[in-house]
Design a protein around this ligand. Structure first.
Ligand code: ADP
Length: 478
């Protein structure tokens, strides 16, 4: 079989995985680099700002408590903040607390400017100053650093106080360099990991797929002995189960096809050989030109035409070429009619009986239902064994009618029962010429009844006989 070739083959699983992993790593690394290099300063400042303001709020809420100094010491130490508290009832202000124990410094002009600004803004002020203000800091720490100051005015009893919180945002250039180095290592590690993971995962995923693919190719070459058994994950196991099922079905179909060729050629050749033989005998031997031989030719021709029409019927039914044409007719009359035809043909050799209580009308395709009855009764006659008895029963239920065709034959073995409806299935591989059949009768019955949405089935007991039945809805004029 020729395989379709794709012009631009898709990427291999490994390449795709590698692409995804690298893409994923690139996004994460990009985000990290951006955070570390571009936004780190702003982020640091924002966190510090929130921290200092929260500390100021906390102090304002708790300043009335005893042990104020302890509280202030704690807040200063925990948040790395310098805190100073001034009594501001009179000028000059008086420093009453300093977290750094700095009592000597004069209250300088900055403190007054803080007060003025805070007073003009409703008791709160926030400053973010370049570090040059703090002349006492070493020079190298001044580069680009910030001093955040939060000022709060409040009244404690009859004392007016001003709280000043200072926090230093130290330059983080050296930190960034360290982080950058760490990031380079992480980047290298992630790239290596991405490659390793994509190779590992693709191996894990593609190995079972490769195996399944190889076996599927064997299946395409009509090797039905393959078993899809590669494991690894649920999807591949489900795919394998489906492929195993397909293999089984394909094997069966292929076996049936071989049988079909064998059956059809056998069934076609036998009557043809017989016709040819009889005709030659009649041509060559003058005394053989008799009615009996002519009848044999007629019988064999009939068998041939039956086989051909069965073959045509089933393919037409299956392809839907002949639509089902429903009309109202009496199923009882129809059954009785077909039975009487068989009775005439069999020349009292067989006991055929029909048991029914009432006349029942159905809405169905008359010609097709006749065919069903014909095939079932014909099988019953063919397989009725020594007793040669065929009974047909009509049973009426509330809305439906059931026709049962019972024979007195050998019965069918339980394991063969479910196959008898298949095309070309014939129990027993040796064709007994006494029993004439194409192996198509029951599959035609099945096709027709399925097209009528009818229930049908068979019960059989070895040594006692079989009963084939089907149901049809009773036609009710209302
Ligand atoms: P065939 O033309 O061979 O009868 P069918 O499709 O009608 O083909 O039947 C399929 C097979 O089912 C038959 O070959 C026969 O083995 C079995 N079968 C059908 N009807 C009966 C029956 N009434 N009793 C026993 N076996 C039956």
């Amino acid at each position: 079989m020729k395989q379709t070739e794709t012009k631009s083959p898709s990427k291999r699983l490994r390449q795709k995985l590698l692409m995804y992993f690298l893409g994923f790593s690139a996004i994460i690394l990009g985000a990290l680099w951006l955070m570390q290099t571009v936004f780190l300063d702003d982020l640091y400042k924002a966190i510090k700002t929130v921290g200092i303001e929260k500390s100021a709020d906390y102090i304002c809420e708790n300043i009335n408590e005893q042990k104020v100094e302890e509280l202030l010491d704690e807040v200063a130490a925990q948040n790395d903040i310098r805190i100073e508290v001034y009594k501001i009832n009179d000028v000059p202000f008086k420093k009453v607390y300093s977290s750094e124990g700095n009592w000597d410094l004069e209250v300088n002009y900055r403190v007054y400017s803080f007060y003025e600004q805070a007073a003009s803004r409703g008791g709160e002020a926030f400053f973010s100053d370049e570090l040059e203000f703090h002349g006492d800091l070493p020079k190298n720490e001044l580069q680009g650093g910030l001093n955040l100051t939060c000022v709060r005015l409040m009244t404690n009893g009859d004392t007016n106080i001003m709280i000043v919180l200072d926090s230093l945002v130290t330059p983080i250039a050296s930190t960034v360099t360290t982080l950058r180095f760490i990031l380079i290592i992480i980047t290298a590690l992630l790239v290596v990991l991405s490659v390793a993971m994509s190779v590992m995962i693709s191996l894990r995923f593609s190995e079972p797929l490769k195996d399944t693919n190889e076996k599927a190719k064997a299946l395409a070459r009509e090797d039905y002995s393959v078993t899809f058994d590669s494991q690894g994950y649920r999807e591949i196991e489900e795919l394998n189960a489906t492929l195993n099922f397909a293999t089984q079905e394909l094997g069966l179909a292929s076996k049936l096809r071989e049988e079909l060729v064998a059956n059809v050629s056998h069934d076609l050749r036998t009557p043809l050989t017989m016709i040819k033989g009889y005709a030659e005998v009649m041509r060559d031997i003058p005394g053989e030109m008799n009615e009996e031989n002519l009848q044999a030719i007629v019988d064999e021709s009939t068998r041939l035409s039956n086989l051909v029409s069965d073959l045509l019927d089933i393919s037409k039914l299956q392809s839907g070429a002949v639509p089902i044409e429903k009309k109202v007719f009496s199923l009882t009359d129809c059954t009785a009619d077909i039975l009487s035809r068989f009775a005439n043909l069999s020349k009292q050799e067989y006991t055929l009986s029909f048991d029914y209580q009432q006349d029942v009308n159905v809405f169905a395709d008359k010609a097709r239902i006749e065919q069903v009855l014909y095939n079932l009764i014909s099988n019953a006659v063919n397989y009725s064994g020594e007793k040669k008895t065929v009974k047909v029963n009509q049973k009426v239920f509330e809305n439906s009618v059931r026709i049962e065709v019972c024979d007195s034959g050998q019965g069918i073995e339980p394991e063969k029962l479910k196959h008898i409806w298949d095309r070309y299935y014939r129990t027993g591989s040796n064709h007994q010429r006494a029993v004439v059949g194409t192996g198509l009768g029951l599959s035609i019955v099945r096709e027709i009844l399925e097209k009528h949405n009818s229930h049908f089935g068979v019960t059989s007991k070895i040594g006692e006989g079989s009963t084939f039945w089907f149901d049809l809805d009773i036609y009710n004029e209302k």
